[in-house]
Design a protein around this ligand. Structure first.
Ligand SMILES: Nc1ncnc2c1ncn2[C@@H]1O[C@H](COP(=O)(O)OP(=O)(O)OP(=O)(O)O)[C@@H](O)[C@H]1O
Length: 565
């Protein structure tokens, strides 16, 4: 009877404790303590029991910040004052525990409500990958019922094909936080983060997995990518149109070498092979590339043209192959598709291919061999359907020998080359080209009468070597149409630089040893040519004589001789 927390006391009718097993020295429930003074609540309960009225004999009493459970049994003896036997149990700790339990239960209910109201999915697994709980969002995303999943191992769920892979298994294996992309059976795309929970001994006790459905975000981001790509393409096309307002005109080919190149291009337009177009600057390589694309079965898809030399070296790779988000500091947050991706199903024309840095040459070769592209900073590759056309005015053989162009790429590109001859080697193309561009510019400038060219002016242009090739001819035609006073272009309408070079070329051809001709004949021809040129340049015989360092009568005599002859 002497052990706490149970205390048994005997109380007389006056409320005094007459017997007690309370621990001696403690200030509660000791013999002699008068209940009405020390414990009024307890006395009230005891008094009710002693009054003989039917009352529940158990009660809870609070005293000095403690909680007691009290059972009172009255003892009625005839001839004696009644006594009460009182059993008191200290419930303070139990009470606190109950309070804690309630708080814990409230917290747990609150947590359940939060977890279940979350739009993000949540899985909790044990250290062996057994599912302990999943929330309502996860049930929806994975189209499962918690009851069918709880207690199952993640390995089984992967095996059954419910999910394609498990982040829980990864977390248990690698013992750290993991992120993965997962595809559900219904085709949804989820992003999962698995976090391990460790005990004090460093052992994994739980894996908590949060999952978010990114199917919509993914498709929106793809749509955004596509929109951006369309925008880029349009920018590109507008720039192209501005740059080459003449490229919409038909391609002129008269000389056999050019006709051969065009026929070759038309033939190649029917197959998917990579084509390398070689030729000096301005010979029409871009036009040939366009011709191939326009006659191919992908003509309704875009042809994207990139001048490899115009892109800064450090940007070439990302421009061509694109980059993944966060690939480098300053990278676009969403990542960016490269030109190869933008040209998907169409044609990519890589002009000035020789300018491609060696590092990008390797990547291009890999693309040509696999048709797959991996964005810079990316880990997965994408299969593409892109036809590649390349062009250069550089001597690739020489560059390869100097180690500036990769041999493997050279042979990969050089399978079918098209050579476009310089304009000076296909003079037959010059008259139709001039006529074509005269028509083009008179129409463009709104000039009513057609522009023609005099025989002499045409002769000069036929002698001119056109170092800038057709591009130079196009510019010259525009200039002539704009500047000419009459509708016929005469020698005087030609720029001095063209006249001088053409004359020089003619002279070079003329002056020189010619088989079966006498020295006198050759000198006479040279003299006649010089006089003709001087006449064109100076007009009057006096000015010609001054320029040639002879007197005017010599000029007059010689002019007469050559006119008569
Ligand atoms: N055969 C042709 N018929 C009509 N126009 C032509 C022809 N060849 C070239 N041109 C015109 O000449 C200009 C230059 O052509 P293009 O840009 O295709 O040359 P390129 O060889 O690609 O030059 P670059 O090496 O500098 O890129 C364009 O305006 C083009 O329309």
């Amino acid at each position: 009877m002497k052990t706490a927390p149970h205390c048994v006391i005997l109380i007389d009718a006056g409320g005094k404790i007459v017997e007690s097993n309370a621990v001696p020295g403690s200030n509660a429930f000791q013999v002699g303590v008068v209940l009405p003074d020390a414990h009024p609540d307890l006395w009230l309960h005891v008094k009710q029991q002693l009054s003989g009225e039917p009352q529940p004999n158990a009660a809870t009493i609070y005293s000095n910040g403690k909680t007691f459970r009290v059972w009172v049994t009255p003892l009625f003896r005839s001839g004696h004052e009644p006594l009460a036997v009182c059993v008191i149990e200290n419930h303070t700790e139990l009470d606190q525990m109950a309070l804690k339990m309630r708080a814990f239960k409230d917290l747990s209910e609150e947590l359940d409500a939060i977890i279940d109201s979350s739009d993000d999915g949540l899985w909790v697994c044990d250290a062996y990958g057994t599912v302990l709980r999943i929330n309502a969002a996860s049930e929806r995303m994975n189209m499962v019922r918690a009851a069918d999943i709880i207690g199952r191992s993640m390995e089984d769920l992967v095996e059954e094909g419910l999910i394609d892979r498990s982040v829980t298994i990864e977390v248990i294996r690698k013992r750290c936080r993991q992120n993965i992309i997962q595809r559900t059976r219904s085709g949804r795309k989820l992003i999962l983060t698995g976090t391990p929970v460790f005990n004090g001994a460093g052992e994994i006790i739980r894996v908590v997995v949060s999952e978010r459905d990114i199917t919509e975000i993914d498709s929106l981001s793809r749509k955004l990518d596509e929109q951006m790509a369309i925008k880029d393409k349009m920018h590109h096309q507008i720039r192209e149109m501005q740059l080459s307002r003449t490229t919409d005109s038909p391609l002129v080919a008269r000389s056999p070498s050019m006709v051969k190149a065009v026929k070759q291009a038309l033939k190649l337009s029917q197959v998917r092979t990579t084509v390398l177009i070689l030729g000096e600057s301005g010979t029409g390589k871009g036009l040939i590339a366009n011709l191939i694309h326009q006659h191919s079965d992908r003509a309704d898809k875009p042809m994207i043209e990139i001048n490899c030399g115009a892109i800064p070296e450090n940007l070439v790779e990302t421009e061509l192959f694109g980059y993944q988000k966060g690939a480098f500091t300053g990278a676009d947050q969403k990542g960016k598709p490269g030109y190869l991706e933008l040209a998907h199903q169409g044609t990519l024309f890589l002009d000035e291919i020789a300018e491609l840095p060696l590092s990008s040459q390797v990547k291009l070769l890999r693309f040509l061999e696999s048709a797959r592209v991996t964005r810079v900073g990316g880990t997965s590759s994408r299969q593409l359907d892109v036809r590649i056309l390349c062009a250069t005015h550089q001597d690739l053989d020489k560059m390869m020998a100097e180690g500036r162009f990769r041999e493997d790429l050279y042979y990969r590109l050089h399978v079918i080359p098209i050579h476009i001859p310089p304009l000076r080697e296909r003079k037959a193309c010059i008259p139709p080209l001039i006529q074509h561009y005269f028509n083009h510019f008179t129409k463009q400038l709104g000039i009513e009468e057609k522009t023609r060219i005099s025989r002499e002016a045409m002769d000069v242009l036929l002698a001119y070597p056109f170092p800038g090739n057709v591009r130079e001819l196009v510019n010259l035609c525009e200039r002539m149409v704009v500047m000419a006073d009459e509708n016929e272009i005469r020698i005087d309408d030609l720029p001095d630089s063209v006249l001088d070079t053409a004359e020089q070329c003619k002279a070079d051809q003329m002056v020189g040893f010619q088989k079966n001709r006498s020295l006198a004949q050759m000198l006479a021809e040279a003299e006649q040519r010089i006089l003709e040129q001087a006449k064109r340049r100076y007009g009057s015989q006096i000015r010609m004589a001054r320029a040639l360092g002879v007197n005017q009568s010599t000029i007059a005599r010689k002019m007469k001789k050559y006119v008569q002859s």
